[in-house]
Design a protein around this ligand. Structure first.
Ligand code: ARG
Ligand code: ZN
Ligand code: CA
Length: 245
């Protein structure tokens, strides 16, 4: 990797009404959250408990808004089968997906906040989909609460950069990261610290990790092992090497 990774971001807005046609400021608020969360500049970073202070990480990847593409639609929900990413299905094809991170902002439906494609998939569908209610920062009194702080995109970009859920998508599952403790299952809300796992060794769970399922205000760190996993895909031969040039 030649120095610092800076990822150009294309935001594809598929809007059905004014509320879904996010303002430039709302879009920029999401870029700002990504830059804070991936550079240990989030104001809640210092809330990481002492138990995890040795493994909390500054990932060191930055994001710059490249362009916003807007398209009106009559579709009320896009689902999770990538129609939103295809012009032929009423959506928008990605722009330069091997060198730019594409977001699609449109109503997903089914209670889904967002979803991402892992590295190694088809470039035609590469990127992250986020519901407009959860893209960028909204006030606590908005209908976006408690997912109103832009952390859905932080979590989904974590997947896009090869991170698994911290509970490994199984009871006491494996997230392929050695410095994150074993979690029984996803955590929701804002768990009281310390929350003990009943997995082998009964570790304290890292519920404040972005790859758990807590409320936005309950998640504020990546680990060093997660950073290493993300860094690896930008190395020569890695699935996102084209972004490191
Ligand atoms: N893929 C998850 C979902 O849609 C996203 C969870 C994001 N969590 C959050 N606190 N924003 O259910
Ligand atoms: Zn997830
Ligand atoms: Ca682990």
């Amino acid at each position: 990797v030649n120095g610092k990774i800076e990822i150009p971001v294309v935001v594809n807005v598929l809007y059905r009404n004014a509320a879904g046609n996010l303002s430039q400021a709302q879009i920029q608020s999401q870029i700002d959250v990504l830059n804070k969360d991936f550079n240990a500049q989030n104001t809640d970073y210092n809330q990481v408990p002492a138990l995890f202070s040795g493994v909390k990480a500054n990932v060191g990847i930055s994001f710059v808004l490249d362009q916003v593409i807007r398209k009106a639609t009559t579709k009320t929900s896009w689902g999770t089968r990538d129609a939103i990413k295809k012009s032929k299905q009423g959506g928008l094809d990605p722009t330069s997906p091997s060198t730019k991170l594409n977001f699609w902002v449109g109503t997903i439906g089914g209670g889904i906040l967002g979803y991402a494609q892992f590295p190694g998939g088809s470039s035609a569908t590469d990127g992250v989909v986020i519901d407009p209610l959860y893209f960028g920062v909204y006030s606590n009194s908005s209908s976006s609460y408690p997912y109103n702080l832009g952390r859905t995109a932080t979590h989904e970009v974590g997947h896009w950069l090869n991170l698994r859920h911290i509970w490994g998508d199984a009871t006491c599952g494996n997230d392929l990261v050695s410095d994150t403790p074993s979690h029984n299952a996803p955590n929701y809300g804002v768990p009281t610290y310390p929350h003990y796992s009943t997995c082998s060794g009964a570790p304290v769970e890292m519920t404040m990790n972005y790859m758990d399922y807590t409320d936005d205000r309950g998640m504020y760190m990546f680990s060093a092992g997660q950073k290493a996993r993300m860094d690896a895909i930008f190395a020569s031969g890695g699935a996102r090497f084209s972004f490191a040039q």
